[in-house]
Design a protein around this ligand. Structure first.
Ligand code: HEM
Ligand SMILES: [Ca+2]
Ligand SMILES: [Ca+2]
Length: 301
């Protein structure tokens, strides 16, 4: 695959600690950057591989495409890059900074740590038109599985990585349709817990502001824990795509295994999350002469 843990240990020994301290200091003033950076790394890896293509500014780049409009945390990557260019000019790729920052974000939010293989090169292509690889909030489980399989990720990786929704928020606009007039008789999506429907309706009124934000893991949006899976079991998933992981047998089993349901082989979310993240962070990685080390993360050299 071409990446390895400790790629910068000789060429830039402080690389990982510089990224870590940068994430830490931004996180201390704004906790929303943790989910922001985790999601940004995912959106990077699914388009042109984990190559920093999401970071490039300009007309019709990935950033400008619908699914990426609400990404947050670009300033953290720029800040880390600036410090790294001072410490070891031309050595550390933006793609690696983002992969490391995603891990450090999870740690800041109280989640597990894992060793991140590094050595990615930065890509030179970033096209809004290529973002259709990204899964959508109303995708069926079959479509979600297909989009992950196209990146070499299986159903367990899907459930595990979507478990990243244990932190962060969503805008009302991405799930409000489930609350009003979802059924032919005018009701809410029947897969939502009935008591929870009114809670969500008060958070996202029918004619309210679609940009209002609601935690993806109700009651635990700032903590990287198992609670997201309990919420799915209880019909308290926010996105339609998330709740469907509980409706479909092929993914439900993994949710149940994370919940420690009796009779099933247990799985530990905090262990598996790191494993699946390493898999995802190696998707279509560019190494060697197949890319560059950008000087500035928002522009190709
Ligand atoms: C089927 C797959 C997925 C779908 C359909 C999906 C969809 C979404 C949507 C619609 C949002 C709300 C965006 C907003 O309003 O700002 C969101 C947020 C988020 N997603 Fe996903 N996602 C998926 C998989 C993942 C994966 C694999 C990860 C990371 C490993 C991830 C991490 C996050 C995080 C952390 C947030 C919160 C962002 C924030 O608070 O700024 N998602 N996702
Ligand atoms: Ca990319
Ligand atoms: Ca949580």
């Amino acid at each position: 695959q071409g990446t390895r843990v400790g790629f910068y240990s000789r060429t830039c020994p402080r690389a990982e600690s510089i990224v870590q301290s940068t994430v830490k200091s931004h996180f201390s003033s704004n906790r929303a950057i943790a989910p922001g950076l985790l999601r940004m790394h995912f959106h990077d890896c699914f388009v042109q591989g984990c190559d920093g293509s999401i970071l490039i500014d300009g007309a019709n780049t990935e950033k400008t495409a619908g699914p990426n409009l609400l990404l947050r945390g670009y300033e953290v990557i720029d800040d880390a890059k600036q410090q790294l260019e001072e410490a070891c000019p031309g050595v550390v790729s933006c793609a690696d900074i983002l992969a490391l920052a995603a891990r450090d974000s999870v740690v800041q939010a109280g989640g597990p740590s894992w060793a991140v293989p590094t050595g990615r090169k930065d890509g030179r292509v970033s096209l809004a038109s290529e973002t259709s690889n990204l899964p959508g909030f109303s995708d069926s489980v079959d479509v979600q599985k297909q989009k992950f399989a196209a990146k070499g990720l299986n159903a367990q990786d899907l459930v595990t990585l979507v478990g990243g929704h244990t932190i962060g928020t969503t805008a009302c606009q991405f799930f409000r349709y489930r609350l009003y007039n979802f059924t032919s008789t005018g009701g809410a999506d029947p897969s939502i817990n009935t008591a929870f429907v009114s809670t969500l309706q008060s958070l996202c009124p029918a004619n309210g502001d679609g940009s209002t934000r609601v935690g993806l893991d109700n009651g635990s949006e700032n903590r990287f824990d198992n609670s997201f899976f309990s919420n799915l079991r209880n019909g308290r998933g926010i996105l339609e795509s998330d709740q469907k992981l509980w409706t479909d047998d092929s993914t439900k089993t993994f949710v149940q295994r994370y919940l420690g349901v009796r009779g099933l082989l247990g799985l530990t979310f905090s262990v598996e999350f790191g494993r699946s993240m390493v898999k995802m962070s190696n998707v279509e990685v560019k190494t060697g002469s197949n890319g560059e080390i950008r000087r500035v993360c928002s522009a190709v050299n």
